[in-house]
Ligand binder design. Structure first.
Ligand code: PLP
Length: 288
């Protein structure tokens, strides 16, 4: 495996990058994280990702030593170590740390901070052209009152169970409903659909992650003069759409070819216009 690793303040070789068996991230999924895409060694929308990491850490009461600034520098360091040319996936993980064997220690330990960069292969041009199949899973998104999906937490069982269900059904993406049966988001991406020329996406109040890509796509749509609506949607709204896609930092804007038995037409003018605008934004901001 080729990967560059920063662990608690320094770059370390992958084979020596180790955390304790008592780390609460490992034992309890007690941590928060971010995934960032880098293009030719430059992270896209790093400021936005660091802001969300700060919010996630605050929401679960994990104190970040020195704030997010050292993590921003660590991102630059791992990308430099990996070498500039390739597309890369950067992950920042902060767990509550190693508290020893006591599952309920009185005081919080020092957080464990890990930043990794590894080469990333995006979906193929054929997948972007054809779209990928999705299903609405029986597994629902966590209730906001149980574990708020706005917190980007390392405890991902909810997501993984939905993905397993989707893969068993022969789909690549899982669409999760909120506990109230309204559309929420994909397993690791936000959901959009186009109906009658209007772009729709579940509102943040649906109980979803506030995607960095989602925010940019909404912004691009407004700039392109595409009508936008955020709402609480029934699954039938998605099934009756003309176009549908999912968004995340790694995959950007990925069209859905189908949701369950519903197949979407292969011509997707709105998705295509947004994808084009997204590429231009990446090029402009990063100079790549
Ligand atoms: C549950 C979930 N929703 C949405 C997203 C998309 O977020 P972003 O666009 O910030 O990458 C992710 C990111 O992986 C995610 O895990």
């Amino acid at each position: 495996v080729r990967a560059a690793v920063w662990l608690d303040g320094r770059l370390v070789p992958l084979r020596r990058a180790r955390v304790s068996v008592f780390d609460r991230g490992f034992l309890q999924g007690d941590g928060v994280y971010e995934t960032i895409r880098a293009y030719r060694g430059r992270p896209f929308r790093l400021v936005e990702h660091l802001a969300r990491l700060r919010a996630s850490a605050r929401a679960v009461g994990i104190a970040l030593p020195g704030g997010v600034a050292p993590l921003g520098r660590a991102v630059a360091a791992v990308l430099r170590r990996l070498g500039g040319a390739a597309d890369a996936r950067v992950r920042i993980t902060v767990t509550r740390g190693n508290a020893g064997p006591d599952p309920a220690p009185r005081r919080d330990p020092r957080p464990t901070r890990v930043v990794t960069a590894a080469p990333y292969t995006p979906p193929s041009p054929a997948e972007y052209a054809r779209g990928v199949p999705a299903v609405v899973t029986r597994i629902r998104r966590n209730d906001r009152r149980a574990q708020d999906p706005a917190i980007k937490a390392t405890s991902l069982l909810n997501t993984l169970l939905a993905l397993r269900e989707a893969r068993r059904a022969g789909a690549r993406e899982a669409i999760l409903l909120a506990p109230d049966g309204r559309l929420a988001e994909a397993a690791s991406a936000n959901l959009f659909f186009v109906r009658g020329g209007t772009l729709h996406t579940p509102a943040l109040e649906s109980g979803i992650l506030a995607g960095v890509t989602r925010a940019l796509v909404l912004d691009l749509a407004r700039r392109l003069g595409i009508p936008v609506r955020e709402g609480r949607y029934r699954p039938t709204a998605l099934l009756g759409a003309d176009e549908a896609f999912v968004t995340a930092s790694t995959i950007e804007i990925l069209p859905l070819s189908s949701v369950g038995r519903r197949r979407f037409p292969p011509i997707r003018p709105v998705t295509r216009a947004l994808r084009e605008a997204y590429r231009v934004t990446v090029a402009d901001e990063l100079g790549v």
